[in-house]
Write a protein that binds this ligand. Sequence first.
Ligand SMILES: NC(=O)c1ccc[n+]([C@@H]2O[C@H](COP(=O)([O-])OP(=O)(O)OC[C@H]3O[C@@H](n4cnc5c(N)ncnc54)[C@H](OP(=O)(O)O)[C@@H]3O)[C@@H](O)[C@H]2O)c1
Length: 242
Amino acid sequence: MAHDIATTTRPSTAAVPAGPAGGAPTALVTGASRGLGLALARALASDGWRLIITARDAAGLAEAARQTGATALAGDVADPVHRDRLAKAAHELGGLDLLVNNASTLGAVPLPPLAAYPLDALTDALATNVVAPLALIQATLRGLRERGGAVINISSDAAIGAYEGWGGYGLTKAALDHLSHVLAVEEPGIAVWWVDPGEMRTRMLADALGEEEASHAADPATVAPFLADLVKRRPGSGRVTR
Ligand SMILES: NC(=O)c1ccc[n+]([C@@H]2O[C@H](COP(=O)([O-])OP(=O)(O)OC[C@H]3O[C@@H](n4cnc5c(N)ncnc54)[C@H](OP(=O)(O)O)[C@@H]3O)[C@@H](O)[C@H]2O)c1
């Protein structure tokens, strides 16, 4: 599988940042109760990261916290009050070294053509997939700047490919790509990567394609090390394809 990085800013020479007083670095991972977010939280925990994790389902998130030692805060990233809680938790831990905007929605399911796309579902998808990531970046940027941190925004090939039915979801990911690209230019002191992780057998893919077709895709546990390695290698900001 191709691994390419379209570098938009100069590569950083910094290694994985140390936390306060040389302690463990801190990451916030959204959508960490299952799928790619849980797999990445596990990978980062085993690399020694201190984690804050979030998702709406409190029981699933508590199990993820048990596996990773993370601080779990259940809630909806589209809710500004919940985002304030996440930002406060990050601040209390001394600021973030890494923000992973992974939580995402497909929007309307079954995937409708744009001609029939329900606009309330599109508005909700934009709130979760675009507005919430930017709001979390804004809320944690001061600490990220101070610590020379990094942002990973999880994108999709649907951001750049014109796939029938994927227009609503795809346009949210295209917007996420664009905001990432501009952020990378505006914030040269941090690394910003917008990552297409490739197809993975998760609930999201099963909801889109059905269980049988999704079952042939990659296990997210095999994708997470690619992201953990990206953080360690710390290339310059850019779009990354697994
Ligand atoms: N699977 C693929 O083939 C594929 C391909 C390309 C890109 N991606 C991207 O990969 C990322 C991870 O997706 P996945 O496949 O791992 O999906 P998944 O298994 O459905 O997991 C999604 C995670 O996000 C959480 N979440 C969803 N909406 C949320 C909200 N409003 N607030 C807080 N948490 C929320 C979910 O928990 P709750 O439901 O409990 O909130 C869950 O923990 C997404 O950005 C997705 O777009 C996936």
